[in-house]
Design a protein around this ligand. Sequence first.
Ligand code: GCU
Length: 343
Amino acid sequence: MLMKKISRRSFLAAMAVLAAGGLAGCGAADNGLQIIRIGHNQSTNHPTHTGLTAFETYIEEQLGDKYDVQIFPSELLGSQNEMVQLTQTGAITFCVASNSLLETFSENYTLFNLPYLFSSAEAYHASMDDPAIVGPIFESTKQAGFEAVTWLDAGTRNFYTVKTPINTPADLRGLKIRVQQSPTNVRMMELLGGSATPMGFGDVYTALQAQMLDGAENNELALTDNGHGDVCKYYSYTMHQMIPDILIGNLGFMDGLSEEERAIFDEGFQILNQTQREAWGTAVEEAKDYAQNVQGVNFIYPDIAPFQEAVAPMHEEMLEDYPDLAPIYELIQAHNAEYAAQA
Ligand code: GCU
């Protein structure tokens, strides 16, 4: 179950494979087909891999005389940060990146990283499905050489720890908690009183095991699919973020598609989005069951109000720093009102 961390040497080997294929997002295969390389950092059990496999099947059914879609899971092409750079340059065609990381490429993505932005999973889904909300944000990375083409569910992020359960923000004091590499996540930990340790996803298991970290925060699949539940026995439903994953495509490749091809790819992105989301709910249930019954993880349901209060200033800070995002923030509030959390 545990995703193996790719070594520097295998990363360089993967790069050599890409170089042999022409180092183009769409290198030519021996059979004359153009290769579409898609990288992601999850295992082949993960809903994202299932969704991408459905995308591959659809594109090859429709355009198989031209394209060969190849999926590289488990950080085979490097960490998410490295894959984003490979997508920018066109060395690979697509990759899945957490919205957190995209904040360093366009400040607009900061919005979806805000803690307690969405009032419920329904409000989160409705917001991410709303073109008036995601459209301007997805457009904004074109200057960086890539286009965001669809979002994927990554559930709700919660704290989990090795030794002591998190019931209140005070329990985080002095603990080294891994966060994703984004200024928003570092600020969040600062306000919650923990010590933020930003690092790539693939490094977290070893750091937990070596006790370089006291805990981390993520959805339930990190416990099982990535083995974090082998080390961390307390998982607290602080529900502090719902951060989507985003499929990004190299801009040169996207712009080079004919209108008919673009329509087929757009349909493929929809199939990916739907398939991944359908698989998500079951995957979370199975992960919880395995974590509880096999790994011995305790699930804790703390009062989230004190966590919410601690990070509330981040909403005002974001609106002050990025006033252009205010109208989009308001649209999200409308979805929040419509799908308020059930008490
Ligand atoms: C989730 C998310 C990944 C991300 C990871 C992380 O698993 O789906 O895209 O890399 O969290 O915490 O880094």
